[in-house]
Design a protein around this ligand. Structure first.
Ligand SMILES: Cc1cc2nc3c(=O)[nH]c(=O)nc-3n(C[C@H](O)[C@H](O)[C@H](O)COP(=O)(O)OP(=O)(O)OC[C@H]3O[C@@H](n4cnc5c(N)ncnc54)[C@H](O)[C@@H]3O)c2cc1C
Length: 405
């Protein structure tokens, strides 16, 4: 096996997470065969087990109920958690709560941390993150944001329309991104707010019907905001700095997403290897045939490259960097590598790949969204390419022949 330059603390934490997955989470997943609808009671049981194994919310400071691991040291655990759709909720490293916890820890006032972060970590509250809007609001281009927040006395009044808010239907509070200065460029005129879901004027219109909904326990909601009045203490971070704050949230959140999906892809390959080793066709096990073996080898190599890249970028973030281009590279590369790996695994399991007895078809439905969420491939490639073309060296073309020169 490759080693990935993880600290001894990170390795130990991931090993404990592996034990939880092998001994508690995967047996529960297999018991639920044929459908992943899970009761709140089951999630509570799994969370208690995660606490017992010492792997519950490792990424948050101890004073707010976590375990105080650095972002980089917690990262390998996310891959373990991703090996089952139940794993991330068990360890409470699931999106969007995990990214929202990070945002609240980084930007929240002590009062906000007391009221929202602590109970979120404990699992007593559920959160949503409201950035994306329906056409022609903000999507791939967040500068198109239409939702507004206007100051009225000591209150903010929010009006707008969001959708794809993961967990929206059951969230107790929402982190809402809105324009606070209509005249300013959006980069200087947007802010983030903590909005209680029960506030007057917040309406969860529906859960959006979507691919993979059967395993997507809590769904993604469309939500409207009509004259929603919240006190000024609900501003999260600095007024007008919303875009900076969103980047602070999304950089690490994209990397933890990469790790969860790497775990899902690795598990798919592990299942496929088991199937290919036992299943015979044309006189030999499928695992003995060269073409399928090479496919597995290629996917394994791509996953190893994804893991290494994610860690390199995480090191940069841990050292205080924004790592914008690195995050885009890691996110795009991993989204494509994991999609390919799960597709390959599904292929070599034959009909069992499509059946719901094994989790691969669920993983297949889930992984497709990864090339869209947190920025579509094309948007990240734009970021990478823009940076690539910043250091064009004209001297490289000195030797070429030009027309009539
Ligand atoms: C399952 C799921 C969960 C989500 N959860 C959340 C959430 O919790 N909170 C939240 O705020 N949002 C969430 N989203 C929204 C997600 O972040 C957006 O869907 C994503 O940012 C793309 O925005 P859009 O859907 O408006 O696509 P559009 O902006 O309409 O873009 C459509 C397509 O155009 C292409 N494109 C866009 N820009 C360019 C370009 N510059 N060059 C070339 N091609 C381009 C891309 O292929 C892109 O997919 C979620 C989405 C999904 C599917």
């Amino acid at each position: 096996m490759l080693s990935y330059d993880d600290s001894p603390e990170a390795v130990e934490l991931a090993e404990r997470a592996h034990e939880l997955m092998e001994e508690v989470v995967l047996p529960k997943e297999r018991e639920l065969k044929g459908g992943m609808s899970v009761s709140e009671g089951t999630i509570e049981e799994l969370r208690d087990a995660a606490r017992d194994y010492g792997v519950y919310c490792p990424q948050i400071s101890e004073e707010y109920g976590g375990m105080g691991y650095s972002f980089r040291d917690a990262l390998p655990l996310f891959e373990e958690a991703g090996r089952s759709i139940l794993g991330e909720e068990a360890m409470h490293v699931d999106a969007p709560d995990e990214g929202n916890m990070h945002t609240l820890e980084l930007l929240g006032t002590e009062l906000q941390k007391e009221q929202y972060l602590k109970p979120l970590v404990e699992g007593k509250l559920v959160s949503g993150f409201c950035m994306t809007e329906p056409m022609q609001g903000g999507g791939s281009d967040p500068k198109m944001l239409q939702t507004t927040a206007e100051k009225d006395g000591d209150d903010w009044v929010i009006n707008g329309h969001k959708w794809w808010t993961t967990n929206g239907i059951r969230a107790d509070f929402l982190l809402v991104f809105a324009r606070t200065d209509q005249e300013a460029h959006p980069y200087d005129g947007c802010s983030m707010f903590i909005v209680p879901a029960e506030a007057d004027g917040v309406e969860v219109v529906r859960n959006i019907p979507h691919m993979g909904a059967a395993i997507d326990v809590h769904g993604h909601a469309e939500i409207t905001f009509d004259d929603v009045r919240i006190p000024e203490e609900h501003l999260l971070g600095e007024e007008g700095k919303g875009f900076t704050h969103v980047q602070q949230r999304l950089g690490p959140a994209r990397l933890t997403h990469c790790m969860r999906y790497s775990g899902m892809a690795q598990r798919s390959l592990d299942i496929a290897k088991a199937y290919m080793s036992e299943r015979e066709a044309f006189g030999t096990p499928i695992a003995d045939k060269q073409a399928p073996r090479h496919e597995i080898a290629n996917r394994r190599t791509e996953l190893a490259a994804a893991r290494a890249l994610v860690r390199q970028v995480a090191d940069e973030i841990d050292a205080g960097g924004e790592a914008r281009v690195g995050v885009s590279m890691a996110k795009t590369f991993t989204a494509n590598a994991t999609q390919e790996a799960i597709d390959t695994a599904l292929q070599f399991c034959g009909g069992n790949g499509i059946a719901k007895d094994l989790p691969i078809s669920d993983f297949y439905e889930r992984v497709r969204q990864f090339r869209l969420v947190d920025g579509a491939d094309e948007v990240h490639r734009h970021v990478i390419a823009r940076d690539a073309f910043e250091d064009v060296d004209e001297a490289e073309l000195e030797a070429i022949t030009r027309f009539r020169e």
